[in-house]
Design a protein around this ligand. Structure first.
Ligand SMILES: [Zn+2]
Length: 148
Protein backbone atom coordinates (compact mmCIF):
# COMPACT_ATOMS: atom_id res chain seq x y z
CA UNK A 1 0.00 0.00 0.00
CA UNK A 2 2.67 2.45 1.17
CA UNK A 3 4.86 1.37 -1.72
CA UNK A 4 2.11 2.29 -4.10
CA UNK A 5 1.97 5.84 -2.80
CA UNK A 6 5.77 6.12 -2.80
CA UNK A 7 5.96 5.16 -6.45
CA UNK A 8 3.34 7.66 -7.35
CA UNK A 9 4.89 10.57 -5.44
CA UNK A 10 7.88 11.27 -7.73
CA UNK A 11 5.51 11.55 -10.63
CA UNK A 12 3.41 14.01 -8.71
CA UNK A 13 6.52 16.02 -7.86
CA UNK A 14 7.76 15.93 -11.40
CA UNK A 15 4.42 17.09 -12.61
CA UNK A 16 4.41 19.88 -10.05
CA UNK A 17 7.91 20.98 -11.04
CA UNK A 18 6.99 20.97 -14.68
CA UNK A 19 3.70 22.65 -14.12
CA UNK A 20 4.65 25.52 -11.84
CA UNK A 21 6.93 27.48 -14.16
CA UNK A 22 4.47 26.92 -16.97
CA UNK A 23 1.69 28.42 -14.88
CA UNK A 24 3.89 31.40 -14.15
CA UNK A 25 4.69 31.76 -17.82
CA UNK A 26 1.11 31.55 -18.99
CA UNK A 27 -0.15 34.25 -16.64
CA UNK A 28 -1.27 36.95 -19.02
CA UNK A 29 -0.02 40.46 -18.52
CA UNK A 30 -2.77 42.56 -16.99
CA UNK A 31 -4.28 44.65 -19.77
CA UNK A 32 -4.18 47.86 -17.76
CA UNK A 33 -1.77 50.63 -18.56
CA UNK A 34 -0.56 53.25 -16.15
CA UNK A 35 -3.23 55.71 -17.16
CA UNK A 36 -6.24 53.53 -16.42
CA UNK A 37 -4.73 52.33 -13.14
CA UNK A 38 -4.77 55.92 -11.97
CA UNK A 39 -8.41 56.06 -12.92
CA UNK A 40 -11.20 55.59 -10.45
CA UNK A 41 -14.33 53.46 -10.62
CA UNK A 42 -17.50 55.39 -9.92
CA UNK A 43 -20.70 53.80 -8.68
CA UNK A 44 -23.87 55.18 -10.15
CA UNK A 45 -27.15 54.04 -8.66
CA UNK A 46 -30.16 54.70 -10.84
CA UNK A 47 -33.38 53.84 -9.00
CA UNK A 48 -31.69 50.94 -7.27
CA UNK A 49 -29.84 49.55 -10.27
CA UNK A 50 -26.10 49.98 -9.79
CA UNK A 51 -23.83 50.88 -12.67
CA UNK A 52 -20.07 51.12 -12.55
CA UNK A 53 -17.84 53.05 -14.85
CA UNK A 54 -14.45 54.72 -15.00
CA UNK A 55 -14.34 58.37 -14.03
CA UNK A 56 -12.37 58.97 -17.26
CA UNK A 57 -15.29 57.61 -19.26
CA UNK A 58 -17.66 60.22 -17.87
CA UNK A 59 -15.08 63.01 -18.15
CA UNK A 60 -15.13 62.60 -21.94
CA UNK A 61 -18.16 64.90 -22.14
CA UNK A 62 -17.57 67.73 -19.65
CA UNK A 63 -20.60 69.72 -20.83
CA UNK A 64 -22.99 67.08 -19.54
CA UNK A 65 -24.30 66.38 -16.05
CA UNK A 66 -22.26 63.22 -15.52
CA UNK A 67 -19.13 64.63 -17.10
CA UNK A 68 -19.11 67.75 -14.95
CA UNK A 69 -18.92 68.54 -11.25
CA UNK A 70 -22.72 69.00 -11.34
CA UNK A 71 -23.04 65.32 -10.53
CA UNK A 72 -21.58 65.96 -7.07
CA UNK A 73 -25.02 67.23 -6.03
CA UNK A 74 -26.19 63.65 -6.45
CA UNK A 75 -23.36 62.05 -4.48
CA UNK A 76 -24.46 60.07 -1.45
CA UNK A 77 -21.71 60.21 1.23
CA UNK A 78 -23.20 57.30 3.11
CA UNK A 79 -23.23 54.81 0.24
CA UNK A 80 -20.33 56.44 -1.65
CA UNK A 81 -22.28 56.37 -4.89
CA UNK A 82 -24.15 58.76 -7.12
CA UNK A 83 -27.88 58.34 -6.87
CA UNK A 84 -30.34 59.26 -9.58
CA UNK A 85 -34.06 58.84 -9.17
CA UNK A 86 -34.43 58.24 -12.92
CA UNK A 87 -35.28 55.44 -15.34
CA UNK A 88 -32.49 52.83 -15.12
CA UNK A 89 -33.30 51.26 -18.48
CA UNK A 90 -32.81 54.48 -20.34
CA UNK A 91 -29.70 55.18 -18.32
CA UNK A 92 -28.05 52.22 -20.03
CA UNK A 93 -28.19 54.13 -23.33
CA UNK A 94 -26.95 57.29 -21.67
CA UNK A 95 -23.95 55.49 -20.16
CA UNK A 96 -23.19 53.68 -23.40
CA UNK A 97 -22.96 57.06 -25.07
CA UNK A 98 -20.02 57.95 -22.80
CA UNK A 99 -18.39 54.62 -23.57
CA UNK A 100 -18.78 54.55 -27.33
CA UNK A 101 -19.43 58.17 -28.29
CA UNK A 102 -22.63 57.03 -29.97
CA UNK A 103 -26.10 57.66 -28.64
CA UNK A 104 -28.72 55.14 -29.74
CA UNK A 105 -32.43 55.65 -29.62
CA UNK A 106 -34.25 52.72 -27.99
CA UNK A 107 -37.17 52.09 -30.36
CA UNK A 108 -39.48 50.72 -27.69
CA UNK A 109 -39.27 53.85 -25.55
CA UNK A 110 -41.65 56.78 -25.78
CA UNK A 111 -39.79 59.56 -27.54
CA UNK A 112 -40.93 62.15 -25.05
CA UNK A 113 -39.67 60.11 -22.10
CA UNK A 114 -36.35 59.63 -23.90
CA UNK A 115 -36.06 63.36 -24.57
CA UNK A 116 -36.72 64.10 -20.92
CA UNK A 117 -33.89 61.79 -19.87
CA UNK A 118 -31.52 63.44 -22.34
CA UNK A 119 -32.50 66.87 -21.04
CA UNK A 120 -31.93 65.76 -17.46
CA UNK A 121 -28.43 64.49 -18.18
CA UNK A 122 -27.62 67.52 -20.32
CA UNK A 123 -27.22 65.60 -23.56
CA UNK A 124 -28.41 67.14 -26.81
CA UNK A 125 -30.37 64.85 -29.18
CA UNK A 126 -28.30 66.13 -32.11
CA UNK A 127 -25.57 63.66 -31.21
CA UNK A 128 -27.78 60.60 -31.81
CA UNK A 129 -25.92 58.25 -34.15
CA UNK A 130 -26.71 57.94 -37.86
CA UNK A 131 -28.00 54.43 -37.17
CA UNK A 132 -30.83 55.82 -35.03
CA UNK A 133 -31.24 59.43 -36.17
CA UNK A 134 -33.80 58.80 -38.89
CA UNK A 135 -35.99 56.75 -36.58
CA UNK A 136 -35.65 59.39 -33.89
CA UNK A 137 -36.65 62.23 -36.27
CA UNK A 138 -39.62 60.27 -37.63
CA UNK A 139 -40.88 59.47 -34.16
CA UNK A 140 -40.39 63.07 -33.09
CA UNK A 141 -42.39 64.35 -36.05
CA UNK A 142 -45.09 61.78 -35.46
CA UNK A 143 -45.34 62.76 -31.84
CA UNK A 144 -45.55 66.49 -32.57
CA UNK A 145 -48.38 65.83 -35.02
CA UNK A 146 -50.15 63.69 -32.46
CA UNK A 147 -49.93 66.37 -29.81
CA UNK A 148 -50.88 69.25 -32.13
ZN1 LIG B 1 -28.18 53.42 -33.14
Amino acid sequence: MAAGVATWLPFARAAAVGWLPLAKKSMPKPPVDKKSRNDEILFVNVSGLRFQTWKNTLDRYPDTLLGSSEKEFFFNEETQEYFFDRDPEMFRHILNFYRTGKLHYPRHECIQAFDEELAFYGIVPEIIGDCCMEEYRDRKKENLERLA
